[in-house]
Design a protein around this ligand. Structure first.
Ligand SMILES: *Cc1c(COP(=O)(O)O)cnc(C)c1O
Length: 405
C-alpha cells in the first residue's frame, strides 16, 4: 500500500467554509418548492387545511406513529405536549441541562419546575442513573432530548416510566429520523416533539413544529390545544393557544420530507469523512470525535466534537481567522442560566454538562458541504493545532485500513 500522500495546501485553502449553507440545499429543490408554494397561493388556504393534514399523515407514517399534529414551533410542541401529558403548575419535569433553551423553557412556561440532571459524557444525552435519582412524588414527566441527532438511552427511562407511571415526552427537535433499536424518534415516549426551524434536519421556510403520539385521547387534546381549546363549532372545553401550522410551511416541508433520508445519509457520510481525516491526521488525541452508540441511527443535526486540553478558544480563533465556520452548542448549561437562578443550582452541580459546555465544538456537517471544503476544515484544524496536514487517498476509505499502511 502506498504511504499517505502529503498534499498540504491542496484542500481548497482559499474559499470560506460556512457553518451551514441553506442556499445550497434550496438550489437542489427550487422547482419543487416553488410549485408547492404556488399551490398554496392558488387555493388561498394559509392556515391548517389540506397541506397540513397531508403533512401530518406523512410525518406519522415516517415516524410510525398513529397521529401527528402540526403546531407553530418546536417550543410550542413541547408546551402543548407537557399540558396534554397532564403536567400541572408546581409539578416537576426532569430534563437535560445540556440542550437548547426551549426544553427547560417550555417546562417553566407551563408552570412546572425544570429538574435538570447531568449528562452522559459520551453521547451528551441525559444520564438515566441521574434521572432515577431525581424522581420524586411530584415528577410529572421525563423529557429526554435527543441531542445533536442521537437518541437518548431510552430503555432505563421506559423502565422508570412504567415503574413510576410517568409519561415520557421526547424533545426530538434535532433528531427526526433518528432511531433507537429500530424505532424512530416520535414513538419512543408518550409524545414526540419536533421542530421545523430552518436549520433542523427537516427545516421549513420559517417557524413550525409537530407532535406525534399513539394515544387517541392525547392526540385529540393536542389538536384542540393548538386552536384555543376548540373541539369544533366554537366549543371551548379548555383555554388553549393559537399555535397552528401554516399551509405554506406544510407544503414546503412535504417537499423536503421526500429528500430527508437522502440528506441524512449525506450527513452521515460527512461524519465518516471527518472521522477518517481527523484520525488519519492524528488529531484525535486533542479532538474527541462524536460516538454513535450501538443500536442507534445518528442523524447528525450537529457534528459535535470535544476540543480537550483547554484548547477550544485557540482552535476557534484560528478557524475564524481561516474563515472556517464552527459553533458552540451550548456554551452555558441551562442550570447556570440567569433566568433559572431561582432553581438554586450552582457551578459544580452538574459537572459533565459544565465540562461539555467548555469543550464542545460543532463543525459544518450539512449534506451539500463539498468534500474539498470538508478537507479544508480538517486542514484548518491541523493548522490550529500546529500539525502537518496529510490527505490520505481515498478520503472515504476506512481509517483502520490506512493506519495499517
Ligand atoms: C430547536 C429546538 C427546540 C425549539 O424549536 P423551535 O422550533 O425553535 O421552537 C427545542 N428543543 C431543542 C433541543 C431544539 O434544538
Amino acid at each position: 500500500m502506498s504511504p499517505s500522500n502529503p498534499r498540504d495546501g491542496s484542500a481548497d485553502s482559499g474559499s470560506p467554509v460556512p457553518f451551514i449553507d441553506l442556499v445550497a440545499q434550496y438550489g437542489t429543490i427550487r422547482n419543487e418548492v416553488r410549485e408547492a408554494v404556488d399551490r398554496c397561493f392558488e387555493t388561498q388556504t394559509f392556515i391548517l387545511g389540506d397541506e397540513v393534514v397531508q403533512l401530518e399523515h406523512e410525518i406519522a407514517a415516517y415516524c410510525d406513529s398513529a397521529f401527528a399534529i402540526g403546531c407553530a414551533s418546536g417550543t410550542d410542541a413541547l408546551i402543548l405536549a407537557l399540558l396534554a401529558a397532564g403536567v400541572k403548575p408546581g409539578d416537576e419535569v426532569i430534563t437535560s441541562p445540556f440542550t437548547f433553551f426551549a426544553s427547560a423553557g417550555a417546562i417553566h412556561r407551563v408552570g412546572a419546575i425544570p429538574v435538570l440532571v447531568d449528562i452522559d459524557p459520551v453521547s451528551f444525552n441525559i444520564d438515566p442513573a441521574c434521572v432515577e435519582k431525581a424522581i420524586t412524588s411530584r415528577t410529572a414527566a421525563i423529557m429526554p432530548v435527543h441531542i445533536f441527532g442521537q437518541c437518548a438511552e431510552m430503555e432505563p427511562l421506559w423502565r422508570m416510566a412504567g415503574a413510576y407511571d410517568i409519561p415520557i415526552i421526547e424533545d426530538s427537535a434535532q433528531a427526526i429520523g433518528a432511531e433507537y433499536r429500530g424505532r424512530r424518534t416520535g414513538v419512543l415516549g408518550t409524545i414526540g416533539c419536533f421542530s421545523f426551524f430552518p436549520t433542523k434536519n427537516l427545516g421549513g421556510a420559517g417557524d413550525g413544529g409537530i407532535m406525534t403520539t399513539d394515544n387517541p385521547e392525547i392526540a385529540a387534546r393536542l389538536k384542540r390545544l393548538r386552536v384555543h381549546g376548540d373541539t369544533g363549532g366554537y366549543n371551548h372545553v379548555e383555554v388553549g393557544f393559537n399555535s397552528r401550522l401554516d399551509a405554506l410551511q406544510a407544503a414546503v416541508l412535504r417537499v423536503k420530507l421526500r429528500h430527508l433520508d437522502k440528506w441524512t445519509d449525506g450527513r452521515a457520510r460527512n461524519a465518516e469523512r471527518y472521522e477518517n481525516l481527523i484520525q488519519a491526521n492524528g488529531l484525535d488525541d486533542v479532538i474527541q470525535l462524536p460516538q454513535t452508540l450501538p443500536g442507534r441511527r445518528h442523524v447528525f443535526n450537529q457534528f459535535t466534537t470535544r476540543i480537550t486540553g483547554g484548547r477550544r478558544a485557540e482552535v476557534m480563533k484560528s478557524l475564524k481567522e481561516q474563515q472556517i465556520g464552527c459553533a458552540v452548542y451550548y456554551p452555558i448549561p441551562l442550570h447556570l442560566q440567569k433566568c433559572f437562578a431561582y432553581l438554586g443550582y450552582k457551578q459544580g452541580d452538574l459537572p459533565e454538562a459544565e465540562r461539555a459546555a467548555e469543550e464542545v465544538l460543532s463543525l459544518p456537517i450539512y449534506t451539500e458541504l463539498p468534500a474539498v471544503h470538508l478537507e479544508r476544515v480538517v486542514q484548518g484544524l491541523c493548522k490550529a493545532l500546529d500539525r502537518p496536514y496529510t490527505l490520505p487517498f481515498p478520503a472515504s476509505a476506512p481509517a483502520v485500513q490506512r493506519k495499517a499502511a
